[in-house]
Design a protein around this ligand. Structure first.
Ligand code: HEM
Ligand code: HEM
Length: 342
């Protein structure tokens, strides 16, 4: 299919698609995922930091039990999440929310479903300490890292100007640098944005058009197709308490402002087809049902089965090349390394 050549939709009697026009409109609203990490505020993505961050990401000894690593809930082979409704953490406890993917997370304006962490560096300090996640303390994490010469050396190489480089802050910086490299470029959608007109099927193009014209794009836009702003989940109609548990009031818990009740970050939709189940409660397993629910809850619109089908086809085109991450050999524990606790 040549650029600018109208393509008839495969199904239904939808209007013909003008690729040039559709690509231009889409480029006003979205950006492709870059192949290189962006510059970070107050941190540098050096090879040494990325390598250290990768070690930390896979090291279960950052958890009190020595059984849980970042990768337990953000699995590199599963789209950067765990495909669980809500994650299983310390002592087999289930946390209150679904784990979002760490892939492309560096492009979100803020981290977590409620945006309570400003960036990946701030975010990384959370899970290590969270009782239902890794249940550790900063002091114990630093003691663990200092007990292993392999880590002392790796922190020294990653933060060469610092006298005492093994700190909780630097752990977070290294984790941020590593995660900034977890990008999924070259999805069919991104190739289409760059002008490759046959990267999407006719159905996916229709779906893209509908994603824009029905208003999804009002909240899901930019490089991550979301992750940029906050909206009430249930702007028009509140979902049932199964999908929107009433005790999790979202951004209200961060700002204590009444208008922020049940407000959440518009979820980034990159790689959405492989990060089920959906929503912060993780209660919806099918992407079709998630799209249908969004139509009703955010737009007050009952989408037809065909519309849902085409929007889902479009959403399947935003799965990019998954990062190939080599599993690191981790530094050996020593007699100084704190032992695992229940
Ligand atoms: C959220 C990274 C450990 C479960 C996040 C986010 C990042 C991240 C970047 C935010 C993503 C976004 O908002 O788009 C890490 C790192 C970890 C780690 C670097 C290791 C230090 C874990 C573990 C679990 C877990 C062990 C499960 C036990 C979650 C959950 C959320 C989350 C449930 C969402 C929480 C909320 O929105 O309130 N993580 N994570 N993470 N992670 Fe992790
Ligand atoms: C979440 C798609 C319209 C705001 C989601 C999710 C999907 C989706 C698939 C789940 C993401 C995940 O679990 O990781 C769509 C589609 C739309 C649409 C296809 C159009 C039919 C909108 C609009 C808004 C919005 C118009 C804002 C008014 C949100 C929010 C979430 C979300 C806040 C997170 C909800 C939560 O807390 O779990 N969207 N969306 N969406 N969307 Fe939409």
């Amino acid at each position: 299919m040549m650029s600018g050549h109208p393509v008839a939709a495969q199904d239904g009697d939808m209007a013909e698609i003008d690729d040039a026009q559709l690509i231009e409109r889409a480029n006003d609203l979205f950006d492709p995922i870059p192949t290189e990490p962006p510059e970070l505020d107050g941190n540098k993505v050096t090879p040494e930091r990325v390598q250290l961050g990768r070690m930390l990401f896979f090291d279960p000894r950052l958890s009190a039990s020595h059984a849980i690593s970042c990768n337990s809930c953000h699995q590199m082979g599963l789209g950067g999440d765990d495909n669980q409704p809500t994650s299983i953490g310390h002592g087999w406890q289930r946390g209150p929310r679904n784990a979002p993917t760490v892939f492309n997370a560096v492009f979100n304006t803020a981290q977590f479903w409620d945006g309570r962490a400003e960036d990946l560096e701030q975010q990384a300090k959370g899970p290590v300490q969270a009782g239902v996640e890794m249940a550790n303390t900063p002091a114990r994490a630093v003691k663990t890292l200092k007990s292993m010469p392999g880590y002392v050396e790796a922190f020294g190489a990653a933060f060469p100007e610092e006298e005492d480089p093994v700190t909780f802050d630097n752990m977070a910086k290294a984790l941020e640098a590593f995660q900034a490299t977890l990008l999924t470029p070259n999805s069919p959608f991104d190739r289409y944005l760059k002008g490759e007109t046959d990267a999407l099927t006719a159905k996916q193009k229709q779906g893209l058009q509908e994603f824009m014209s029905t208003g999804c794009v009002g909240c899901h836009n930019g490089v991550n197709i979301g992750g940029q702003g906050y909206y009430p989940f249930g702007l028009i109609e509140k979902p049932g308490a199964d999908v929107l548990p009433r005790d999790d009031r979202g951004r209200f818990q961060v700002t204590k402002t009444a208008s922020d009740e049940y407000v959440f970050r518009a979820a980034p939709l990159r790689n959405i087809a492989i990060t089920q189940p959906y929503f912060h409660s993780g209660k919806v397993w099918s992407l079709e049902n998630a799209v249908a629910l969004m139509g009703v809850s955010q737009l007050g619109q009952e989408l037809s089965e065909d519309e849902i089908d085409r929007i889902v086809a479009f959403l399947q085109s935003v799965t990019g090349e998954q990062p190939r991450v080599e599993y690191p050999v981790l530094p050996e524990s020593t007699s100084e390394t704190p032992l695992p606790v229940e």
